[in-house]
Design a protein around this ligand. Structure first.
Ligand SMILES: NC(=O)c1ccc[n+]([C@@H]2O[C@H](COP(=O)([O-])OP(=O)(O)OC[C@H]3O[C@@H](n4cnc5c(N)ncnc54)[C@H](O)[C@@H]3O)[C@@H](O)[C@H]2O)c1
Ligand SMILES: O=P(O)(O)OC[C@H](O)CO
Length: 332
């Protein structure tokens, strides 16, 4: 049995804590919302994020970060990309020992173009830092919390973090592969959300499966182009953190990014769609980052550019579909 601290009491942090508890580990969750913390402790549920699901009976949580950090030196960080730096700064204030941090978030920071492991490395003081990894792949919290078969990859430059994380999470319903391409695993997880938004839009517009397949296939080409420019191994995009996650996010009824895109396709504004979601839709912020990266590094990303125009410049959906279809003819 290992002690583990999970930071973030949203859908994904809760589902992953449940996997670790099912594996017999001693887990402490930390969240900033006292009501959710109380519910996890007393009802063993998290109705806002995982409605109708009863969690492991040993589920425990606290809103006291110092207590959560003194519980374990192995941290799972499960907060949206936007909150990563803030949580790291809080760790610097409250920690008293070195930590391994495995994050499970999927995004890239606009303007800096930083991946999440890079933000963590920048923010966490060396006195509190052992190393960083990422757990990613096709995995919706709603299914993991129901113990439905799921496969993911763990990546880190540190082999001990890869194998330790694999050992802690592996179970008969949660299979973990190691991967030594940290850049590729993080980029794949982040960029697939852009394509899922685009697929949601095309589905919302009433287009068919041909359009969906086209966006996924040409989307994977964009992800691979930018990813390799950032230093990823192109083969990673044919694995769980690449095409695997792209498939699930573009086709699952659980996907927040697909649902948000679908509402846009049906005519809602971005503000309306986001407020109806009530959960993080990482692809919106990542579209901003990837659009800027494409310009800066001169990478061709037509789907990302079209989506950026829709999300941030109020460009009409149908016009952008026509623009994509009528781009200069080219070779596949
Ligand atoms: N939900 C999934 O199925 C799933 C699966 C794989 C990866 N992810 C990724 O995990 C990350 C978290 O997603 P989620 O689905 O759990 O989101 P969510 O919207 O369900 O929950 C987010 C949680 O983070 C908390 N939070 C937000 N900002 C915070 C801050 N600054 N400090 C502390 N807590 C903060 C919120 O209170 C909430 O509890 C995202 O990057 C997402 O892409 C989600
Ligand atoms: O629900 P989404 O769109 O945030 O996707 C969640 C996970 O990344 C799927 O693997």
């Amino acid at each position: 049995m290992t002690t583990i601290t999970v930071l973030g009491t949203g859908s994904w942090g809760t589902a992953l804590a449940n996997v670790l508890l099912d594996n017999g580990h001693d887990v402490m969750m930390w969240g900033k919302t006292q009501q959710t913390v109380d519910e996890l402790n007393h009802s063993k549920t998290n109705q806002k994020y995982l409605p109708g699901i009863t969690l492991n009976e040993n589920m425990q949580a606290t809103s006291d970060l110092k207590k959560a950090l003194s519980f374990s030196d192995y941290l799972i960080m499960a907060v949206p990309t936007k909150g990563i730096r803030e949580v790291c700064q809080k760790i610097n204030r409250e920690a008293d020992s070195k930590k391994v941090i495995v994050h499970v978030s999927k995004g890239i920071e606009p303007q800096t173009f930083k991946r999440i492991s890079q933000m963590i490395e920048e923010e966490i003081h060396e006195d509190f830092f052992t190393g960083v990894g990422v757990l990613s792949g096709p995995s919706h919290a709603e299914e993991v919390a129901l113990r439905q078969p799921t496969t993911v990859a763990v990546a880190s430059d540190n082999e001990a973090i890869r194998t330790m994380t694999q050992d802690l999470f592996m179970s008969d319903y949660f299979r973990v592969y190691t991967n030594d391409d940290l850049i590729g695993v993080e980029i794949g997880g982040a960029l697939k959300n852009i394509i899922a938004l685009a697929v949601g839009i095309t589905d919302g517009l009433g287009h068919g499966d041909n359009a969906k397949a086209a966006l996924m296939t040409r989307g994977l080409a964009e992800i691979t182009r930018l990813g390799t420019k950032m230093g990823a191994d192109p083969m990673t995009f044919l694995g769980l953190a690449g095409i695997g996650d792209l498939i699930v996010t573009c086709t699952s009824v659980h996907s927040r990014n697909w649902k948000c895109g679908n509402m846009l396709g049906k005519g809602l504004s971005l503000e309306e769609a986001l407020s109806r979601m009530g959960m993080v839709v990482e692809g919106v912020r990542t579209t901003e980052a990837a659009f800027e990266m494409a310009q800066t590094y001169n990478v061709e990303m037509p789907i990302t550019e079209a989506l950026y125009g829709v999300l941030f410049n109020n460009e009409p959906l149908e016009t952008n579909v026509k623009t994509l279809m009528n781009r200069e003819k080219t070779n596949e």
